[in-house]
Design a protein around this ligand. Structure first.
Ligand code: PAF
Length: 282
């Protein structure tokens, strides 16, 4: 596996691949890899001849500097996992390489930018789309793969790709869960043993809503889901919503389009998100 640190070296690597007619898949990550990331690499192989991963903890998407500082960076472990996964190259630039000078970035991602995560993490999706655009410009992939766990993030990236008419297919891959239901996340490593048990309330509430979906009204489902959190110590709910899959606005009826249930909560000091598609597909 090639480990590439500069845009110039990456450009060289990618140009040779393209010249030989290879299709390229990009799996962007911030490292602290787990089986969810590796499933993206595995799925990427179905879409392309060569899979490139990036590991870059992007400062512009963090709204809290403490969160940025404590973001896990187990580099050796990440490189071992990627090399075993069959990924051909990993792009690991420095902050200086990606942001050589201060820059203002604002793109119109649509009203869905400002709800849910956008409300709790102001400017987060501007930072995400800023770095993803830079990575797309460097790698020029045919396809890029993202996990459904960051449901709103994928929607924002799709909106950005449409805005710039980028010829890149965006593939959303299913959430990979631990055997007890907890969605895999790099942040799970911050959970204490107690937090880890408490964190199950997110997936349990989502599963409950999916199972009861045909029985109850949207209002009743949300109320019952929120009750899970009222009875759970150590967890502070930020939101539990049933939303339209493309606008992310709260659903008013079950027939208005495809729907997704989304949740965010602080478990101890760690903020987790999760979701489940109720009707339709991603
Ligand atoms: O989901 C992530 O890990 C990050 O938000 C991404 C897409 C790699 C951009 O930094």
């Amino acid at each position: 596996m090639e480990v590439i640190h500069t845009k110039a070296a990456l450009n060289n690597f990618v140009s040779q691949l393209k010249y030989k007619g290879n299709k390229i898949a990009l799996v962007p990550t911030m490292g602290a890899l787990h089986a969810g990331h590796i499933s993206l690499v595995d799925q990427a192989k179905q879409f392309a001849d060569v899979v490139i991963c990036s590991i870059f903890v992007n400062p512009t998407q963090f709204t809290d500097t403490k969160d940025l500082e404590k973001y896990p960076r187990p580099l050796e472990h990440d490189l071992d996992m990627l090399s075993a996964s069959g990924c051909e190259a990993v792009f690991m630039p420095s902050v200086q390489e990606m942001y050589p000078k201060p820059e203002a970035w604002h793109v119109d991602l649509g009203p869905a930018e400002f709800v849910l995560e956008g409300q709790f993490r102001k400017g987060h999706f501007q930072g995400v789309t800023q770095i993803v655009k830079k990575l797309f410009d460097c790698v020029m992939p045919d396809v890029a793969l993202f996990g459904q766990k960051d449901f709103q993030q994928v929607l924002m990236i799709k909106n950005m790709v449409e805005l710039f008419t980028m010829p890149i297919e965006i593939v959303t891959c299913p959430i990979i869960r631990e055997t007890d239901g907890l969605a895999m996340s790099s942040r799970n490593m911050h959970l204490s043993t107690e937090d880890r048990k408490h964190a199950l309330v997110l997936s349990e509430a989502l599963l409950f809503v999916a199972e009861r979906f045909s029985e109850d009204s949207i209002g009743a489902l949300i109320e019952q889901a929120k009750d899970f959190f009222k009875h759970q110590v150590g967890v502070e709910l930020d939101y539990f919503t049933i939303s339209n899959i493309t606008t992310l606005m709260p659903a008013e009826s079950k027939t208005e389009g495809d729907l997704v249930a989304l949740v965010a909560a602080k478990v101890g000091a760690t903020r987790l998100i999760d979701n489940i598609i109720l009707t339709g597909k991603n």
